[in-house]
Design a protein. Structure first.
Ligand code: SF4
Length: 70
């Protein structure tokens, strides 16, 4: 089942449109949305930082991890 918040989610457009993040849209937005860090914050009425990924991490954490592996 797809996430019921797709139309109001501040991150959905960039997640689904950017090639390096589209796997997140498939994994979270179209499947396990209840595990999405953004979803959890939205339903709790909390603010969502603009750079938050569905994993709950900021985009910068993803970049840092990639750099650490190389
Ligand atoms: S990023 Fe999270 S809250 Fe936003 S549409 Fe996807 S699953 Fe829903």
């Amino acid at each position: 089942m797809s996430c019921p918040l797709m139309k109001v989610c501040p991150a959905y457009a960039s997640i689904s449109d950017e090639a390096d993040k589209s796997h997140l849209a498939w994994a979270f937005c179209r499947t396990i949305y209840h595990d999405c860090g953004i979803y959890k914050r939205l339903v709790a009425g909390e603010a969502v930082p603009a750079d938050t990924l569905p994993t709950g991490e900021p985009v910068t954490a993803k970049v840092r991890k990639r750099t650490e592996r190389t």
